[in-house]
Write a protein that binds this ligand. Sequence first.
Ligand SMILES: [Zn+2]
Ligand SMILES: [Zn+2]
Length: 378
Amino acid sequence: MMSSGDFCPRCGDPVPEREETLPGEPRERDAVLCDDCYFADFDLVDAPDRIEVRVCSQCGAVHQGNRWVDVGARDYTDVAVEQVTEALGVHLKAEDVRWGVEPEQVDENTIRMHCTFSGIVRDTYREEQVTVPVFISRQTCDRCGRIAGGYYASIVQIRADERTPTAEEEQRAVEIAEAYVEEREATGDRNAFVSEVTETSDGTDIKLSTNQIGGGVAKRIVRELGGHVEEYPTLVTEDGDGNEVYRVTYAVRLPKFTPGDVIDPDDDDGPVLVRSVRGNLKGVRLATGDPYEASFEEGETPDARRLGTVEDASETTVVAVEDEYAIQVLDPETYESKTIARPSYVDGDADTVPVIKSRAGLHVLPADAVDTDDADAS
Ligand SMILES: [Zn+2]
Ligand SMILES: [Zn+2]
């Protein structure tokens, strides 16, 4: 039976009287030893033999605890210092503990961590130095592994009603998907990524890492470009717990008409330049300059046929502005003078105007509808 007697149980030397442990307080196993015996196998610091810091060679994420974390580290010295510090243990009986960690870069993947600790134990100043080698182990995190393996959980298909999506629409849709994923990443979501973007003859397919992201991206595309989304879940497999795992295809159908189209609604009031297809189709009448808006029931697809787009416009000479409702211009194909309707958006002193010639005749377009930047670039 151990007792806090007057003699050291290991060497038999007398021990000076010391403060008793309070009743109920757990007693250190070696508390009864004399100082010599106590310090003979005393470690102020408990340090691991080595530490391995797992980093992703693709994205730079660091494995911490049991997961990969984006640390945004340019080099891993700070991460190594942090992980060594966490792994070090200081003796519970030490008081007034001071410590410092000095990293020494040995090579690209090895950092020697020189750790100095001091503290007061049994009224004695103790100092210890330990060196912990840290190895940077370059691996592939689970996200990068999944991306490399072509993993995806949803597909957003960009299609359009009775046409194929324009290059601008497809590009914008991909940008929207990338921006959405970036926002998720910024919140620390490591399961957000675009897996693949493929062009098909009907439109672009965007493969995404989760169903939630697929749904969010599809919704945003429709909010910006118009149209609607339909969801088609496909059962892929069952997970380990017997839950059914679905892959969802979000089929985005962009509206039949896009801003910049010139259409002829079925109402005998002449052609309309489409300005917006968000919600219901809105535009401007080319004969008068009056606003046009499809009824709520018609939404973004009123009964109309497409006559052309602003891309088909050409700049032509104004021969004379006859009155408020009529203007005389040169037909861009025949160079004959023609008197046509003057919409309210034509300036009285315009020298040239953009016109579009279609089955419905010759019409003046609003100058701001014709992308002069493109014309200059081409
Ligand atoms: Zn002793
Ligand atoms: Zn990675």
